[in-house]
Design a protein. Structure first.
Length: 75
């Protein structure tokens, strides 16, 4: 459980650093983002990206749990 919490904290810190980096770049917005934002399509792009990210995180957690069970059975 301690290992899981450590991984979770590292993940959250990485995401926080990414958000801070993205927030620092407010003046250099590409034209494509402005066009997608005005059409309302940017929310679809963000939703799909988040869905893929959460799916990958869930997959990694599931694989980690399966491996932990297999390691315990081996001992």
């Amino acid at each position: 459980m301690k290992k899981f919490i450590n991984r979770w904290v590292v993940l959250m810190m990485s995401l926080f650093a990414f958000v801070l980096n993205a927030a620092a770049q407010t003046n250099d917005q590409p034209e494509m983002a402005d066009a997608m934002r005005s059409n309302g399509k940017i929310y679809v792009v963000v939703a799909v990206c988040l869905l893929i990210l959460f799916g990958l995180i869930a997959y990694v957690i599931r694989i980690d749990r399966k491996l932990s069970k297999l390691e315990q059975q081996k001992d």
